[in-house]
Design a protein. Structure first.
Length: 100
């Protein structure tokens, strides 16, 4: 799973303490920035979880062509035949229009 490749969790970011030095960064600014990162992480995690559930559901509900109902091939043939007739009608009219 993707989570095993992540190095940080929102909680890791939240609980991170930085050492201070005389010329270090302003601690409140760092904390505000880390809070934004935590919110983004949580948003990505929520969206990722939602998409994973959706993929799982789609995989469960998908049916390969081999398991299609009898008569499926006949329907495909009928659709292809109609499409072919439509192409002939459209291209036939275009070729007549361009010849004039």
């Amino acid at each position: 799973m993707v989570y095993s490749r992540l190095k940080l969790t929102p909680n890791d970011i939240y609980s991170k303490d930085f050492k201070t030095s005389m010329r270090g960064y302003h601690q409140d600014e760092v904390n505000e920035f880390l809070d934004m990162i935590i919110q983004d992480y949580e948003t990505f995690k929520t969206e990722f979880d939602k998409l994973q559930r959706e993929v799982k559901l789609l995989k469960q509900n998908s049916h390969p062509v081999e398991h299609a109902k009898p008569g499926y091939q006949q329907v495909n043939y009928d659709v292809l035949k109609r499409l072919s007739n439509l192409e002939k009608a459209v291209f036939g009219r275009q070729s007549i229009a361009t010849e004039e």
